[in-house]
Design a protein around this ligand. Structure first.
Ligand SMILES: C[S@@+](CC[C@H](N)C(=O)[O-])C[C@H]1O[C@@H](n2cnc3c(N)ncnc32)[C@H](O)[C@@H]1O
Length: 300
């Protein structure tokens, strides 16, 4: 009978020459091949849903009547701001962030120096960006008491040491504005406004009023505007026109106004014009009309 070899002990025998440890590598586990079918099916269902939704949106929007773009033909919805004030900031901060508007607001407020007027201040969304060391006074104006109350709190929390240098005035910004808080009165160094033209009943009267309230260009007076309105592209304007009724009812603002035309008709002399977001966002620096200035920069 053939002899079986003795069972091998896992321990090395005494006197045996030590062997290098044996590394036995387990063969890599092979995952069972996953079928791509569910993924393809899910993508197909998603694409189908998206195309249905786009078609639904398109047919719904194309049936909406386009709104006029002239302020004279647009009913004022400014009264909605009292009701909007408490939710305004939480409703718009995210869309503003995705559009990079905080950067433009910062650039706007950084133009403020000396005696400053901010018209249509709303909830004070520019408050955070003011450099109060450069401002002798800041007068903010709004026709909605509720919006102005939020703005007052925003300035107080952002600039707690500014005290009486910040004035909040509840009034129509198209009516004669108070002079800066100096014994001599006089005019403001800078007037700023963001997203105001869209909600004013008579934006040209407002712009002319701002022009009357700031120093002349040669004295350093400036009007700086950050506004939104019609685009460079007709297909966007068509969308803006058709959605304008609903937007104005909800937000009090007419987003299909022609900002360039309104600023031009106000007689302000333009120093800078820049447009962003397909031309719907406007950055304008201007001086009152008595100055002989022409456009010195205009982005495509
Ligand atoms: C779209 S909100 C913009 C607020 C703010 N400037 C901003 O950038 O978020 C427009 C603001 O203009 C104000 N407004 C509308 N008509 C006005 C008028 N005639 N005089 C003063 N404020 C007015 C509204 O009350 C509202 O607060």
């Amino acid at each position: 009978m053939p002899q079986r070899p003795p069972p091998q002990s896992p321990l090395p025998r005494r006197g045996a020459r030590s062997q290098p440890p044996l590394h036995i590598q387990a063969p890599p586990l092979r995952r069972p091949a996953r079928s791509k079918t569910p993924l393809i099916l899910a993508a197909g269902v998603a694409a189908y849903g998206l195309s249905l939704y786009t078609a639904y949106l398109y047919t719904t929007i194309k049936d909406l009547p386009p709104a006029p773009s002239s302020p004279r033909l647009q009913p004022s919805n400014a009264k909605v701001y009292n009701a909007l004030a408490s939710e305004y900031d939480t409703s718009i901060w995210f869309s503003e962030l995705t559009m990079g508007l905080p950067l433009l607001r910062r650039a706007l407020a950084r133009r403020a120096h000396g005696h400053v007027l901010e018209a249509s201040v709303g909830t004070g969304r520019n408050a955070a960006y003011y450099d109060m060391d450069k401002c002798a006074s800041v007068t903010v104006v709004d026709s909605s008491l509720e919006m102005l109350t939020v703005a007052r709190a925003a300035f107080a929390s952002r600039h707690p040491r500014s005290g009486t240098r910040v004035r909040c005035v509840h009034m129509d910004a198209a009516a004669p504005l108070p002079p800066p808080p100096t014994p001599a009165g006089g005019k403001y160094d800078v007037a700023i406004q963001s997203m105001g033209i869209c909600s004013h009943e008579d934006p040209i009267a407002l712009l002319r009023n701002l022009a009357r309230s700031v120093k002349s260009g040669s004295e350093g007076g400036r009007i700086v505007l950050l506004e939104h309105g019609r685009s460079r592209f007709e297909w966007i304007n068509d969308l803006l026109d058709r959605l304008a009724w609903g937007h104005a009812r909800r937000w009090g603002c007419w987003w299909n106004r022609d900002i360039g035309e309104l600023v031009e008709r106000s007689g302000l002399k333009l120093l800078e014009v820049r447009r962003y977001h397909f031309g719907t966002t406007w950055w304008v620096v201007a001086v009152p009309p008595d100055e002989d200035k022409t456009i010195v920069s205009s982005s495509p």
